[in-house]
Structures are given as C-alpha cells and as structure tokens.
Ligand binder design. Structure first.
Ligand SMILES: Cc1ncc(C[n+]2csc(CCOP(=O)(O)OP(=O)(O)O)c2C)c(N)n1
Length: 304
C-alpha cells in the first residue's frame, strides 16, 4: 500500500488541507473500527479518540519525529496515525497480521514503531518517558507522554514528576482531560485541580480548554519549545471531549450531555473554516482506508 503521506501530497495545497485529511483519517479509521466490532469482525477491545483528534495532530506537529520519543496510552490510534500515518500497518496490527506494527501481537493498545510506544497500563509509561527524556537529553531530543484525567490517581505519575524535575528531564506531560474515566466523571475520581498538579514539583504548566486545532497547535508548539530550549519538564493540561464510549459501548452519559459535547467536535470546527472541498477529501480518505483494510485482511497471520 502507498503511504498516507502520498495521498496527502496529491492535494498538498496548504497546511489546513493536510491537517483536515489527517483528522478525517483518524476519525474515519476509528469509526470503521467501531463498525467492524459491531459486525463481529474484530476481537479484543479498542478505545477511540473520537473528539480528541486535534490534540494528537497538534502535539505531533510540535515534535521532531526524527529524534523525539512519544509514549501513548490505551487511546493511542490518533497519536500513532498523527505520528507516522502507517494506516495499513495499524489495521494489520489490530486484525492480528504479521505485517502489523508489532507483528500482529500487540493489538489496538500496544504499539511500538520507531520512537512511538503505547501501553494500556494507566500511568505505567510515565517512568519510561522520564527515562527516555533523560537518556536522550544530550541529543537535543524531548519526550512526550500522554495521560488522561483518570490517571491522576496513579502513583507513577508523581514519582515521574518528582524525578523529571530533580534531574532536569526534557519531558512534556500532556494531560488529555476529557472529564471522564471509563464511566466515572472527573469530579468523582480526581481531587484538586489537574492544571496545577505539577506546580509543587516546580514544573511549569499551561492549561488549554479547547478542541480547536488553531488554538491547540500554538499551545503545543510553545510547550515543546519550552521543554527543548530549557531542558526542563512541562505539564500541558488540555480540557477536551470524548464523543464516543470509553471502549465500544460503555457510555453512561445522557444524550443531552453528548449533544452538548458534539458542539465542540474538532472535525466540525476545522471543516467550518474550509471551502466545501471537505466532502471530496473525506471520500478520498475513506477509499484509502478501505484499501488499507482490505490489504491488511489479505496479509498472512504471524507464525505460531
Ligand atoms: C493501572 C490500570 N488501572 C486500570 C485500568 C483500566 N482502565 C483502562 S482505561 C481506564 C480509564 C482511563 O481514564 P483516563 O485516564 O481519564 O483516560 P481516558 O480513557 O479518558 O482517555 C481504566 C480505569 C488500566 N488500564 N490500568
């Protein structure tokens, strides 16, 4: 399969078109996954980042993919696709094919590709992120680690903040605060203010409440620039929205609440600023996704 970057370069008009195609790709990739699960065509589980795609695009645009490292979590597809655009390999991984990102053995949550790693253990990657930041500091590289609001109760997070500050580790902590952990609203699971969590560790921070890529991109650039230039950790808190269930069907929120959240859909915000060409782009992205999925299904399974 040709790479997603080739499809984008056919349209390479401007950054906004590239961003739109990537956001459409992530949205349609995950919507397709949910459809495939509901048809019984996929096994295991999955967590979609539908509604949060702009965070991934903003952060991946802010790093140097040649040297920086990214640690992601259970909600990793958007981070991964924005990092490398390896659509066929991600589908192949999820359907358990040898051509997958991890040879078909990692599944939806456990990806390792170049300097990108993900794991479903909440907070478990924070110590590793601090470690890679320390190890690669002299190369001028930074490390980016994604966390959710529901992960604020994990001790690893605070051990990581402590050492990152003490040892001047260039690590960017990105909290995607979607206000809910599985089915537990933030106010029932997290005490205090997430935006200020890093302050007692003498770590600088910023808090952004937006799903607008035009707002998130400069915030991510500024945070990454700080980490690289100062050689210090930074805590970027993003208040965002999860538009679909935690995994496949476990959503206890009311339709009225979801309706209000849909008003903040990052894809709609981006689409609103474009001139009607988005339908064509969506169609091309959909055709590319279908071709990648069909190719993955034809790939061989890993040896036993
Ligand atoms: C250590 C650990 N405890 C529990 C779980 C089960 N679990 C997976 S995701 C999740 C909720 C995570 O919430 P949050 O950090 O807010 O991220 P979000 O799912 O909202 O992106 C839970 C409890 C886990 N994966 N790891």
């Amino acid at each position: 399969m040709h790479h997603f970057a080739d499809l984008v370069s056919n349209h390479a008009a401007d950054d906004r078109t590239c961003d739109y195609m990537l956001m459409s790709l992530i949205r349609q990739f995950e919507t397709k996954l949910l459809d495939l699960f509901s048809q019984g065509l996929l096994s295991g589980t999955t967590h979609t980042c539908i509604g949060q795609e702009a965070n991934a695009i903003a952060l991946m645009a802010a790093i140097d993919k040649d040297i920086d490292t990214v640690w992601s979590n259970h909600r990793c597809h958007g981070h991964f696709l924005a990092y490398c655009g390896e659509v066929h390999r991600l589908f192949a991984e999820i359907v358990g094919r040898a051509s997958g990102v991890c040879g078909g053995r990692g599944g939806s949550q456990h990806l390792a590709w170049r300097n990108f790693f993900s794991s479903g253990i909440q907070g478990g990657l924070v110590p590793l992120a601090v470690g890679t930041a320390l190890a690669d500091r002299d190369k001028g590289a930074i490390t980016n680690v994604f966390l959710g609001d529901g992960t604020m109760g994990e001790g690893y997070v605070y051990e990581g903040l402590n050492l990152a500050s003490l040892w001047d580790c260039p690590v960017l902590f990105v909290v995607e605060d979607n206000g809910i952990a599985q089915t537990t609203p933030r106010d029932r699971g997290v005490a205090g203010r997430i935006a200020e969590r890093a302050r007692p560790f003498d770590i600088e921070s910023a808090s952004v409440r937006s799903t607008d890529l035009a707002v998130l991109k400069p915030a991510a650039q500024e945070a990454a620039r700080y980490v690289r230039e100062r050689g210090r950790p930074f805590w970027l808190h993003i208040e965002t929205v999860r538009l679909r269930a935690h995994s496949k069907s476990d959503d206890t929120r009311s339709e009225a609440e979801l309706e209000a959240l849909r008003e903040l859909d990052c894809l709609d915000l981006l689409r609103a600023g474009m001139n009607g060409e988005t339908d064509l782009l969506d169609t091309e992205v959909a055709a590319y996704l279908d071709a990648c999925f069909d190719a993955a299904m034809k790939d061989p399974e890993p040896c036993a």
